[in-house]
Design a protein around this ligand. Structure first.
Ligand code: ADP
Ligand code: MG
Length: 334
C-alpha cells in the first residue's frame, strides 16, 4: 500500500510547489540581482500556518543557488533559536560557513564579521522572525552589504511593532509576498500529488482526498498529516484502501501530532511558559510571570516573554484572554 511513507509527512520536500507560481516569480525576481553578484531586494513573506511560506522560500533559494555560483544561503527558525547569537549561529551553521563558531560564548560581532568577509552574496532566511528575542539582529544583518533578507512571519504587524524605528523604516521598503490559505481544489491537487508519490494506486480515492482537504481548510500541513494518519489507520485494520471514515476518525490524532511536533521545536524559555500553562490551565499574566521567574534559571525580559507567548498563541497552544481584570492566558493544546 505504502510506496514512500515519507511523502505523507510534512518534512518531505515536494518536487513541485503547486499553485504558487505568482509567488515563486515574485521571490525569484526580488533575488535575481544576486545572480549578477549584487544584493537583492529584501522580502517579507506573510501568511497563515501551512500555506507553504517556508517551502516557497527554501525552494526559490535552492534554485538560485543552483544557478548562481556566488550565492550562499542560511536558514534559521526563530522558534527554536530565538536569541541574537543563537539565531546568527544557526544561520551560519546552516550555510556551512560557521561550523567552528560556538553558539555560546562567541560574540555576535564575530558572526557578523564572518558574513561580511564572505566572498559571496548571502541570503538570510529568517523564519518565524517576529519571535526573535532581540530584533537588533535584523539591523545588524541589514548593515552587512552582501546580505539579502528573506523574513517569514504569520503577521507582519507583530514583526514591525517591536523593531526600532531605523529598521522599521528600512523594512518598509521590503517587498511583500503574501500567501493566502489554499482553496479547496488547490489543496486537493497538493494532497493528490503526495498520494501519487507515496501510495500504491487505488489506496486513496479522490473522494478521500477531498474529505481531507475539507477538514484541513486551506492548511496543507494539516491535510498531509491527516492523510498520513488515515492511511495508517486503514493499514492497522488490515485494509488496503482508505475510507472517508478513516479521515474523519484521524482528525484528533492528526491535530495532536502537529501539536506535539510544534512543542518539540520550542526553545527552552518558551517551553517553560508552555509547561506552566499546561499544568495550571489558566493564569493571569501576573501569576504567569511570577511562576516563570521562580522556575526559569535566568529569566528573560518581559518583552522577550511576550514574544514567546505570542509564538505559543501562534501555534494555538495557548489563548490570550482580555477581561476586565487584565490579561489572562489559557492553555488550549492537547
Ligand atoms: N504549494 C505546495 N505544493 C506542495 N506542497 C506544499 C505546498 N504548500 C505547502 N506544501 C507542503 O505543506 C507543508 C506545510 O508547508 P510549509 O511551507 O511548512 O507552510 P508554512 O511555512 O506556511 O507553515 C509542507 O510539508 C509543504 O511541503
Ligand atoms: Mg513555516
Amino acid at each position: 500500500v505504502i510506496r514512500n511513507a515519507r511523502a505523507l509527512t510534512p518534512d518531505f520536500v515536494p518536487e513541485e510547489l503547486w499553485h504558487r507560481d505568482g509567488q515563486i516569480g515574485a521571490l525569484s525576481a526580488a533575488l535575481r540581482p544576486l545572480v549578477q553578484g549584487s544584493r537583492g531586494t529584501h522580502v517579507i513573506i506573510t501568511g497563515p500556518s501551512g500555506v507553504g511560506k517556508t517551502t516557497l522560500a527554501r525552494h526559490v533559494v535552492q534554485e538560485l543557488e543552483r544557478k548562481a555560483f556566488d550565492v550562499t544561503s542560511g536558514y534559521v527558525n526563530c522558534i527554536s533559536d530565538s536569541t541574537h547569537s543563537q539565531a546568527l549561529s544557526a544561520l551560519l551553521r546552516d550555510s556551512g560557513r560557521g561550523a567552528d563558531l560556538r553558539p555560546e560564548g562567541t560574540p555576535t560581532s564575530a558572526f557578523i564579521d564572518r558574513l561580511r568577509r564572505l566572498d559571496s552574496q548571502f541570503v538570510a532566511l529568517v523564519d518565524e522572525v517576529d519571535i526573535l528575542e532581540d530584533p537588533l539582529m535584523l539591523s545588524a544583518l541589514y548593515d552587512v552589504s552582501n546580505v539579502t533578507l528573506v523574513l517569514i512571519t504569520v503577521n507582519e504587524d507583530d514583526l514591525l511593532a517591536d523593531l526600532d524605528s531605523r529598521v522599521q523604516s528600512r523594512l518598509m521598503s521590503a517587498q511583500r509576498i503574501h500567501l493566502e490559505k489554499y482553496h479547496h481544489a488547490e489543496l486537493c491537487d497538493i494532497l493528490q500529488a503526495r498520494v501519487d508519490v507515496g501510495l500504491a494506486p487505488g489506496t486513496v480515492s479522490s473522494l478521500v482526498v477531498e474529505r481531507a482537504a475539507d477538514i484541513a481548510a486551506g492548511d496543507a500541513r494539516t491535510g498531509i498529516v491527516l492523510l498520513g494518519r488515515a492511511v495508517q489507520r486503514a493499514q492497522d485494520e488490515g485494509r488496503t484502501s482508505v475510507t472517508c471514515a478513516d479521515v474523519d476518525e484521524s482528525r484528533e490524532s492528526a491535530l495532536r501530532a502537529i501539536h506535539e511536533r510544534n512543542v518539540v521545536t520550542l526553545s527552552t524559555h518558551q517551553r517553560v511558559l508552555y509547561e506552566i500553562l499546561r499544568e495550571a490551565g489558566e493564569l493571569s499574566a501576573h501569576e504567569l510571570h511570577e511562576r516563570y521567574e521562580e522556575l526559569a534559571g535566568s529569566p528573560r525580559s518581559q518583552r522577550s516573554r511576550r514574544r514567546y507567548l505570542r509564538g505559543l498563541e501562534r501555534y494555538k497552544m495557548i489563548r490570550k484572554l482580555r477581561s476586565g481584570g487584565g490579561t489572562r492566558y489559557e492553555f488550549r493544546g492537547y
